[in-house]
Design a protein around this ligand. Structure first.
Ligand code: ATP
Ligand code: MG
Length: 171
């Protein structure tokens, strides 16, 4: 399966992790690669340590991406390209039954990674490996390719009334 969690509402990453949790319970081995994250320490990093090699998470970014400039920062592009190389290697390795590519849609929408290259690889991936892609603004080529696509709709978010990120909810 290829699954996409996208849209502006909260729940894309956490739904992917919930699927990972379900998969671990079913005896599958799960890898989550976080394309952008790196600076914050998320609760899930400690939680999955208890699963050992059955559920592994790796932060491959530096926690933020400079936006607003005409072109993305070359350092961010380099990190995203390295993350994508690692993603392909891991998906093809036979070591995992499910690979979650967290915030990869974000990297694509900021032109740090080519959607067509991602789609081309996913078309040839080992069939038995489930891949979940998260992040806002999923590219149409990937939406087309995916089996299941969910768009989170924001009804409201605590942030709008000034509530800062909460430990255990946001990180
Ligand atoms: P989560 O990791 O909680 O599942 P997400 O993956 O859907 O959220 P992202 O777009 O990756 O959300 O954003 C990461 C952070 O931004 C999360 O901590 C989330 O609570 C917060 N966030 C998500 N949606 C909104 C929103 N509509 N307004 C403000 N903050 C948001
Ligand atoms: Mg997310």
């Amino acid at each position: 399966m290829i699954i996409i969690n996208t849209g502006p509402g909260k729940g894309k990453t956490t739904a992917a992790m919930g699927t990972g949790l379900r998969a671990v319970g079913a005896g599958l081995r799960v890898l989550m690669l976080q394309f952008i994250k790196g600076s914050w320490h998320y609760g899930e990093l400690d939680a999955v340590e208890k699963f050992g090699q059955q559920f592994v998470m790796r932060q491959l970014g530096r926690g933020f991406v400079k936006v607003g400039a005409e072109k993305p920062d070359p350092e961010d592009v380099r990190m995203v390209e390295a993350a994508w190389d690692q993603a392909k290697e891991e998906i093809s390795s036979g070591r995992w039954d499910m690979v979650i590519l967290d915030e990869i849609n974000y990297a694509i929408s900021y032109h740090m990674l080519d959607a067509e290259a991602v789609a081309a690889y996913l078309r040839t991936k080992p069939e038995a490996v489930h891949v979940i892609l998260t992040g806002r603004n999923a590219h149409p080529a990937l939406v087309e390719l995916a089996d299941t696509v969910t768009e989170m709709r924001e009804v409201k978010h605590a942030y709008q009334k000034g509530i800062q990120a909460q430990r255990g909810i946001e990180y």
